[in-house]
Design a binder for this molecule. Sequence first.
Ligand code: HEM
Length: 486
Amino acid sequence: MFPIFAVLIGCLIIFYVIFLWNKWKYVKFSWKVNGFFSLVLPFTGNTYIYLLTGKKISPISLAEIGRKIVGFPLSVWFGHQYHYVTSDLNDAKILLTHPKCYEKAAIYDNLKFFFGDGLFLASYELWKQHRRHFGKSFKPNMLKMYFSSQYRLSCNLIQELKQEKCLENIYEYFYLYSFNSFFISALGLDEDEIFFDIRRFGQLESKVQELLVGLLFNPFVSPTIWTKWFPAGKAADKVINEGIPFITEIIKRRKKQHKDILSYVENSNEVCLIDLILTDYNQISTDRQIFNQVTLFSAAATETTGFALSCCFISLAIYPDIQAKVYEEIIDTIEDSYEDISNLKYTEAVLWETLRLFSPAPFIGRKCDVDIDLGDKVLPAGASCLISAYHIHRDPTNWVEPLKFDPSRFLPENQAKIKPYSFLGFSAGSRDCKAQSMLLMKMTVASVVRNFKITTDYKSIDDIQLESAITMRLVDNCNCYFEPRK
Ligand code: HEM
């Protein structure tokens, strides 16, 4: 018995030494950057915090624990993957613009099980190929085309809120509203054409993301090998199997409408996102690849928009004076035309301020292909980094009274005072987000504030507790009341 035991221990030690050898450059680097127990971490990851406290932990709560105990920048291990977490503006500038830092951080690897090589997750070469097809997605003519369907949706929303009056789970409500809006505008469907349960699909998609991110804290799961055996993998498979047939059906319908999709995209001004996806995959495409791209876009568009809208309405409810200013601007608007909505400067500033305090994407993650000189240290090739937009946006060295909700920071006359890279709500550099027009959000805020006075039980911004999967979530269901205006 003893010899077997001794051999086993011996094997484990050898395995661990080899393992550590492979990770050595990151372990050494992590000694220079605040971290804890660097020698065991590559093996267990920061999971021990979860094991010791028994508390549900998320990327943002882990970064917060680290910030409070040892400060930024921070070394964090998700499983055996090293991540350099920073809130330094110079780091952000270097990492987001470096030509050898285009790959996505390891923190997202588990998501590939569900979203495959969709644009956000795609490796650099693939991303370059896909991204050029999506250049058109946010051009004014496309936004104008979306405008009428978005307008109808916001009118329906007003009718629904008149019935509901109080939203107990505001995030879920506006997430599903954004999900609906995405499927109608981006996939070119009419409301009466929808032949599947969008609500249910939205709920499942969001759950899958949460489960897959939960695996980051399980040291025994390698994204590529074991995921499919865990509940997260099984849930993802189920949604994929359910989702592919209806995405395929949407594509069939679209192809029937526009037989030569390439020349349609070239010559028409009424192109939807789905047409661009089809152009992108014109040569080789499997149903799964198109599903990946559609679900990736829908997740990128809807979790962010749903969260931002929820936080915007809660903030307006906490600050009635700011809500009154938004109302004044909106009632001065003559019509709800595309141009009128685009010109709502104060409402827009309220949305920017919402994204500053409640950044829907708390981190921007990259992996470097080569050693990267950050000035006082060199980040070794292969390391992942997380730029914490959340912490940059709340840092008093970047923003005066950072926890104050003050939209005037983003009014046109004050924008020149904003430090470069101190606002990363839509990221920066070549892999940034192109959805900065915030059309749906502006229109929704305008419609709701014009029709309702919003109140809440919350007294201050501090009452809004946050959690994250890859995107941010509200910890509690905040009650928000929508009282029709006389
Ligand atoms: C409040 C709204 C939104 C916020 C705050 C937001 C934020 C972000 C952020 C921070 C990134 C990460 C970029 C990076 O890694 O550097 C991103 C990427 C992306 N977003 Fe958005 N987004 C929003 C809305 C949308 C919408 C409406 C769409 C699509 C209809 C969209 C599509 C995408 C896509 C496709 C990417 C990947 C881009 C790439 O890798 O080239 N987003 N977004």
